[in-house]
Design a protein around this ligand. Sequence first.
Ligand SMILES: *Cc1c(COP(=O)(O)O)cnc(C)c1O
Length: 448
Amino acid sequence: MATAFYSTNNRQHVQPLKEAVLRSLPADRGLYMPESIRPLPDSFWETWRDLSLGELGFQVTKHLLDGAIPDEELKPLVLEAINFPAPLHPLKDGLSVLELFHGPTLAFKDFGARFMARLMGHLTKDDGRELTVLVATSGDTGGAVASAFHKVPGTRVIILYPQGGVSALQEKQLTTLGDNITALEVTGTFDDCQRLVKAAFADRELSERLNLTSANSINISRLIPQSFYYFEAARQLPEGQLPTFVVPSGNFGNLTAGLLAQRLGLPIAQFVAATNANDVVPRYLLNGQYEPRPSVATISNAMDVGAPSNFARMVDLFARPAQPEAPTLTEADALEDMSAQIQGLAYTDQVTRSAIREVWDKHRYALCPHTAVAYLAAKDREGNNPNKQEHQILLATAHPSKFLPTMEEELGQGITPVPERLACLAEREKVAESMKPSEEDFLAWLQK
Ligand SMILES: *Cc1c(COP(=O)(O)O)cnc(C)c1O
């Protein structure tokens, strides 16, 4: 039977795939999770090492959704979404980098956004009307979402971004696609953008008529495809080696997807949650106190999160009983398991900068500031882990050329070559409509 999705705040509140994906958030403010997560069948493990990344993705999704989408429709959907590789780059004995930045916007968010766009397109294709996706962005998410939905049939995307509030490159990523993507440059702050989006959803009649949905980062459909590359990385290791995944983390979607892969049966030695100064989760893993707080700005800015949105999903995964009929674990037991499985480590900007230089000097390999945080964690673990079977894998979440100023400061030179998809943006012309930060104006604009 097709998998249903429950709310982490109420396991009795279940919805089918379509509602979970199009609503994004349950009304009780929990997060959607698959009701059943069973290990992949023996038939999968017989061939998994020979499968391509796209094939792995198809097999994993098919198993997880359990018939919610027919195979002959699901397979092309996954293959089209995941149409770029995730190679493992060896740095030295027992340490490799999984490059997740070969998608169109050069960051791992392409995995989630591309899959979500195609899934939403598929789920609404028989509704006979266009789906309108509203997104407020302060930077990278908007670019990944715009690129992911570009030319997806039956969808239209409206992106709101604060004037002067995103980098020049990010602005180009939002404003140069055209077709079904419209950029609104709001003469206000990111909070104003979010307020306008909320106002549109609050207008029931408008929201229903335009078939509005949000491409929120906590959408369950963004999590599923992020599990694929954990299999892809493990597949590339010599047989007998067990991966430890070192994950540079902010909202913890990436790490949660790794936990999902583990629940699907992938053998994993350990997870490492590597953060910048925003260390709410590493602290929780040490002392059991979960204390969200306002974020502080760092050079690994995509990880500047003070209240990680996927934390409830991590707790949910550890509280799940091994057998479906058994009661859920107490919070204390779940925490004990979580602390055993995930090591938390946090680093300052200063040491992150020195890590960028170190890896360049030793290996002539450029790490983006986020990935450099993971490198520091891997290095700190080396000494106390004599297990030769273990292979540490750093998740490289973005291409270093997306963070040129920092890279130039540390390396004394730029990144060459800058990937063509980034370099060509400079010449493209920006097309955006200006919008006052007024709910009334925005709703009137949507009406027409
Ligand atoms: C979003 C992002 C992260 C953090 O990922 P989470 O899933 O939010 O933990 C890390 N690095 C880069 C480059 C990102 O864009």
